[in-house]
Design a binder for this molecule. Structure first.
Ligand code: FEO
Length: 395
């Protein structure tokens, strides 16, 4: 049965949520499911704004055909070619042979790679072009690398709606309600942060460019391709995007990520955490072996300070900690204070190796001292830990 929802008399949500697949992009855990949003405008002309992921194909078609109510589809606006939104384009062309695919030049290159038989349907648009559907007029703005090079967004000049592609999305399904203002913002933020940092965190400059374009528009509603629609308190979301895209910590606090085999390194970071907490510093501790890197990256974007503690393993960094560091590098995390703890029973080496990995990251301030544990923390090292806690809290 269809699950479409009316947003406005001539704007219908025809996307779908699903909770059966444990991973998004076959890499990110999505324990709360995922939504794949698609919007249908039923004006004098009909326009579908993106398709959906193959995982929700049946629901999508049920919604689209119900929404069209027997009408033909005139336009498919293609904001993004990643298959979680573009998987059904070939089928759109097959079902609606008169449809025009509204897309930019870069999109056409990717479309040709995914769906070589669609080129005759292209209607090319570029920055600032408009398309009248009758009551609605859509204006197109390029948003390269948010999250692929062909991405564009569209702005409905009639109803002041920004169709924002991947931007302003989140992990998680919609739970029946379309609107962000039906859930507490604090409930929304953790998975929105994890989505942003992992999906577009690397492209802060490009997100900044999009935010600057959006600032010139009078926006009353944001319709993203994942997660709820925004129609109130847009400033809350924009403030988060401003911080995340400039790599500005959201709050002063210490993220401790540790790799420990038999618990001795864990003991050291727990002692450190107590000392930091006693100084009033918020602390979050994560065992890298048990936590998916996407959650660690998200927390690294949140907090100002980072402690990495790793055993020496095969003369290297403990692999889960190394994976996290490489993930931070890949996502261009910047502007953080970083402190290192190494453990090694006969030849501690992880500190030097972590330093080498972190040293070419922009805006990373590495503490000069590496705290070294040989097998287990000794009582006489308490002063050293006190000093470390002081350097963290005062930096
Ligand atoms: Fe939701 Fe970049 O795709």
């Amino acid at each position: 049965m269809q699950t479409l929802q009316q947003i406005l008399p001539d704007l219908i949500y025809v996307g779908a949520s699903e909770g059966r697949h444990p991973l998004f992009e076959n890499i990110y855990p999505v324990p709360a499911g995922m939504s794949y949003n698609s919007y249908l405008i039923t004006d004098e002309k009909t326009a579908l704004l993106d398709t959906c992921d193959m995982s929700v194909r049946e629901q999508f078609w049920d919604n689209v055909t119900t929404g069209l109510a027997g009408r033909d589809l005139d336009y498919l606006i293609v904001h993004h070619m990643e298959p979680d939104h573009a998987a059904l384009i070939q089928e759109i062309v097959s079902r609606y042979p008169h449809v025009q695919l509204v897309c930019n030049a870069k999109t056409q290159q990717l479309m040709g790679q995914f769906f070589p038989n669609t080129t005759a349907h292209f209607l090319t648009v570029k920055e600032g072009d408009t398309l009248s559907l009758g009551r609605h007029t859509l204006a197109f703005y390029m948003a390269p690398m948010v999250h692929w090079p062909e991405v564009m967004v569209s702005y409905d000049t009639t109803d002041k709606i920004l169709f924002s592609a991947d931007a302003f999305g989140t992990f998680g399904e919609l739970n029946g309600s379309l609107y962000a203002d039906t859930i507490p913002f604090s409930d929304f933020v953790p998975e929105a942060r994890r989505y942003y940092t992992n999906i577009v965190g690397k492209y802060g400059n490009q997100v900044q460019m999009l935010l600057k374009k959006a600032a010139t528009l009078d926006i009353e509603m944001i319709c993203p391709l994942h997660g709820p629609i925004w129609r109130k308190d847009l400033g809350l979301l924009l403030d988060k995007y401003q911080k995340w895209s400039t790599y500005t910590p959201e709050e002063k606090g210490t993220l401790i990520v540790y790799g420990s085999i038999y618990g001795h390194t864990e003991n050291a970071v727990r002692v450190l955490a107590e000392k930091l907490a006693a100084k009033g510093m918020p602390v979050r501790l994560y065992d890298a072996s048990k936590t998916h890197p996407s959650y660690l990256l998200s927390e690294a974007f949140r907090y100002s300070h980072l402690v990495l503690a790793s055993v020496t393993y095969n003369n290297g960094i403990f692999p889960p900690v190394e994976t996290f560091i490489l993930d931070m590098k890949a996502h261009a995390l910047q502007n953080r204070h970083v402190f290192l703890i190494q453990n090694g029973s006969w030849a501690p080496a992880s500190g030097k190796l972590m330093t080498a990995l972190l040293s070419d990251m922009k805006g990373i301030t590495l503490d000069e001292e590496i705290l070294t544990i040989t097998s287990a923390l000794k009582p006489e090292q308490e002063m050293t830990l006190d000093n470390l806690a002081t350097r963290i809290s005062e930096s």
